[in-house]
Design a protein around this ligand. Structure first.
Ligand SMILES: [Zn+2]
Ligand SMILES: [Zn+2]
Length: 369
């Protein structure tokens, strides 16, 4: 289990921003690359610290981290092999540069006009095993903040420069060695001031709106798999970017098959006569076709066989798991008088057929004699 970002910084999960900042400053000094040039251990430690700080210093990222968990942040999609359209969190680009700038109180050129980003949204989605087997496109309705149509997401008319940030969209505060840069709380990063708030959105530039989004769920997903729909979450106030939607999948139990990872398990009843004499038994399979299985004479209840490749498809792979079939021999009930008589004749027909029962009897008498 990897360390959580809180553990990396050595702070409690309830730590305030100041506590987090202090912990980062103290720890980062100890392993800063300037003092440990060419030391891979210090470098790794510094990177871990920077990554943890990058997330925890940002209220929004921290909230997402608390809600979605460490694994989702570090591996993007947990252990699943998602790639392409659904990425994990992306720290490239801004993160480390910002941290260096903060560390040294240096602005690297003009400060970026940071656009605020809307909230991430969690969506729980149930699937049948059949849907998980084949993969499916599902349309879901999201009720998210969208740009207000009346004011075009600007929050109102007559846009002047924001007095708080002077139009930069960010406010920077020097705190000793550090310069802390945050999105302007007044204009939410737009750099503009609204003079006449829009009536529809009360100046926020966004309204709740239902939208249909199609989710392409690949074959092989299981409960616990999360999918990220980048840029489908809430839009930020006053024309910011959208957050993401995290889809948490839950595959419901199946009436016939039990699933463990990529393997499936099924119990198939076999008539006593087929088990005794041998014959064909129909085994259902997830591909809907089923298999005629040749049961050899003398099949015992509880016998398990593996049908290779008849399990679940491996997520983003081209293999399949296996199907484990457990046969359960059915003892007949409600016999007619004629059937009972036939069985009595069978029992008295001379030759002893049972070896299991004889072996068991012998073992019992040996132990208790
Ligand atoms: Zn509006
Ligand atoms: Zn501002």
């Amino acid at each position: 289990m990897a360390k959580t970002y809180y553990e990396v910084l050595g702070v409690a999960q309830t730590a305030s921003f100041d506590e987090i900042k202090r912990a980062f400053r103290i720890k980062a000094k100890d392993c800063h690359p300037d003092h440990h040039a060419g030391d891979p251990v210090a470098e790794k430690q510094f990177k871990e610290l920077a990554e943890a700080y990058e997330v925890l210093k940002d209220d929004q990222k921290r909230a997402t981290y608390d809600r979605i968990g460490h694994e989702a942040f570090v591996n993007g999609m947990g252990n699943s092999a998602f790639s392409g359209g659904f990425g994990g969190f992306d720290f490239s680009g801004t993160g480390f540069e910002d941290i260096f700038a903060e560390m040294f109180g240096m602005a690297r050129g003009r400060p970026k006009n940071k656009k605020a980003r809307g909230e991430d949204i969690r969506l729980d989605l149930g699937l049948t095993l059949d849907e998980a087997y084949h993969g499916i496109k599902k349309t879901v309705t999201l009720n998210t903040y969208s740009p207000c149509a009346k004011c075009g997401g600007l929050g109102g008319k007559r846009l002047d420069t924001c007095a708080t940030c002077g139009g930069a969209g960010v406010v920077r505060q020097r705190q000793g060695f550090f310069v802390v840069e945050t999105t302007c709380p007044v204009c939410h990063g737009t750099g503009k001031a609204v003079q006449e708030p829009c009536a529809d959105c009360r100046g926020t530039g966004r309204v709740r709106q239902k939208r249909d989004v199609e989710i392409d769920i690949p074959a092989g997903v299981d409960t616990g798999v999360r999918m990220r729909l980048a840029g489908e979450g809430d839009v930020a106030p006053n024309g910011g970017d959208r957050g993401d939607v995290y889809v948490f999948l839950n595959v419901k139990p199946h009436a016939l098959f039990k699933r463990e990872g990529n393997d499936l398990y099924i119990e198939v009843p076999v008539p006593m006569t087929t088990a005794t004499l041998g014959g064909k038994v129909f085994v259902p399979t997830m591909n809907g076709k089923g298999q005629e299985y040749d049961v050899k004479a003398g099949l015992q209840s509880g016998t398990e066989v593996k049908l290779k490749g008849f399990g679940m498809p491996v997520l983003r792979g081209d293999r399949y798991g296996d199907l484990y079939v457990r046969f359960r021999v059915e003892t007949p009930t409600n016999l007619s008088a004629e059937q009972k008589e036939l069985l009595r004749q069978f029992d008295g027909a001379g030759k002893k057929n049972s070896s299991l029962c004889e072996d068991f009897k012998n073992l019992v008498s040996k132990i208790f004699s």
